[in-house]
Design a protein around this ligand. Structure first.
Ligand code: DAH
Length: 338
């Protein structure tokens, strides 16, 4: 048996290839199920037990040598004839490892996808905004704390030029231009003057949703969000709505989903409540419809807004917001879906 092993080793060492057909031949002769090494393993079964250890060692190392040889033949072949061939000097000289999508992009695309399945279309608005679209058109009273210098980045001496603090501003822009029915979502980047920590960042991403038509009801809002929650977090997900307040919706609510980690039983992620808050929502305040030129006697609507990083944190259980902005490829390479 040792002679047979040595003989095959010599054959492997002597094997050279210059085409992919020859490479495949190497694989078939030595490494396939019916190849020479497999038949040695077959014969190995009848080796006497006192010789098994010694021969087994040789046989295993032969197999490893054959695989190594195959890989190096393959590599040489691709250098000669593959995409990195030296006859095209504009080609990269070594293979680039391909990148992965950023987790925020993965989640944004997933959210867009889920809502597009129920008829929502995606639109976008500007990041640099004016007071009307971010605050006044959304029914924020003049003395509302969110307008405070603490929260809003003003980027010129003119107080009417600012970075949007939420994507709700796109609601106003769309309602000013489009007549109902409106069924849109608005993903985008938002800015707040916050100290950076594990839980807060001065830049993050939101997706806003808006549906305005005849007879849109709170029940429609609830079913839409239930559909979203199940698609995003799994069919068994439950939702609950808690009363809340936003200047631009009346009534307003916050949506919680049952914790997908403990299935609602209680764990440290959901702080033993069984639920996790994911978004704010409500019926569009009639003042907001009227301010954008939509007759609130004729139309009603619902709106919702969620943080993309928040959904990503819950889905991936990565609880430090800063990781999403540092672009450390060791972190980013862990997200390889779609
Ligand atoms: N704009 C809110 C925020 O940034 C989120 C929000 C709450 C959006 C309720 C909505 C809504 O459309 O109806 O916190």
């Amino acid at each position: 048996m040792l002679d047979a092993i040595n003989h095959i080793r010599d054959e492997i060492n002597a094997f050279e290839v210059s085409t992919s057909e020859q490479l495949e031949k190497f694989r078939l002769i030595f490494l396939s199920k019916k190849g020479k090494i497999s038949s040695l393993f077959e014969a190995f079964k009848s080796v006497s037990s006192e010789n098994k250890k010694e021969i087994g060692r040789h046989l295993n190392s032969l197999k490893i040598e054959a695989i190594d040889k195959y890989e190096s033949l393959k590599m040489n072949l691709s250098l000669i004839s593959g995409p990195f061939s030296s006859d095209d000097l504009t080609k990269p000289s070594f293979p680039f490892s391909s990148g992965t999508r950023h987790p925020v992009s993965i989640i944004r695309r997933e959210i867009n996808d889920i809502f597009s399945r129920i008829g929502f279309t995606v639109s976008e608005g500007p990041e640099i905004e004016d007071d009307w679209h971010v605050f006044t058109g959304l029914n924020f009273p003049f003395n509302h704390p969110a307008r405070d210098m603490q929260d809003t980045f003003f980027i010129s001496l003119n107080p009417d030029v600012l970075l949007r603090t939420h994507t709700s501003s796109v609601q106003v822009r769309v309602m000013e231009k489009q007549k109902p029915p409106i069924r849109n979502i608005f993903p985008g980047r938002v800015f707040r003057n916050e100290a950076i920590s594990a839980r807060a960042h001065c830049i993050f991403h939101q997706v806003e949703g808006l549906y305005v038509d005849h007879n849109v009801s709170f029940a429609d809002l609830k079913q839409t969000l239930l559909f979203f929650a199940k698609e995003m977090f799994g069919e068994s997900t439950q939702i609950r709505l808690r009363p809340s307040f936003f200047p631009f919706t009346e009534p307003s609510a916050e949506l919680d989903v049952s914790c997908s980690i403990c299935k609602g039983k209680g764990c440290n992620v959901c702080k033993y409540t069984g639920f996790l808050e994911i978004l704010g929502c409500g019926m569009v305040d009639p003042n907001v419809l009227d301010a954008s030129g939509i007759d609130s006697n004729e139309y009603t609507g619902f709106a919702f807004g969620m943080g993309i990083e928040r959904i990503a944190m819950l889905k991936y259980q990565v609880n430090d917001l800063r990781l999403y902005f540092e672009n450390d490829i060791r972190f980013l390479h862990q997200f390889t879906n779609s």
